[in-house]
Design a protein. Structure first.
Length: 117
């Protein structure tokens, strides 16, 4: 229960901070206000899991950092994913989870495109 309240307070604090940011501040971060608000609502585990999956697909972090629109789209898809257990098993390299086992990932087409850059 305490963990839930802490998450709620963090999100509230983050949303208040975003509301106070100027358009120039947001532009410096490379996001719109709507994108920043959407990112603030994402569970903390999503960007971590997303970055791990990107690395496993040979997408350099520099590519993710450089293309903010793609990053936002990837995060949104990852946050909406209905197969997090398969993702966690794949990232943990559990037995039977080989490279072909990533068909569950809604971001795989974009990872492939980013890796080819």
């Amino acid at each position: 229960m305490k963990e839930r309240f802490l998450k709620m307070f963090r999100r509230s604090r983050d949303l208040n901070a975003i509301a106070e940011m100027s358009e120039a501040d947001l532009a410096d971060m490379g996001v719109s206000r709507a994108q920043a608000q959407a990112l603030a609502a994402v569970e903390d585990s999503v960007p971590v899991r997303l970055a791990e999956m990107a690395r496993s697909q040979h997408v350099p972090e520099t590519v993710l950092a450089r293309d903010r629109d793609s990053w936002h789209e990837l995060v949104h898809r990852c946050a909406e994913c209905h197969d997090v257990p398969a993702c966690e098993r794949y990232l943990a390299r559990e037995e039977g989870m080989d490279a072909e086992s990533v068909a569950f990932c809604p971001n795989m087409a974009m990872f492939n495109a980013l890796a080819a850059r």
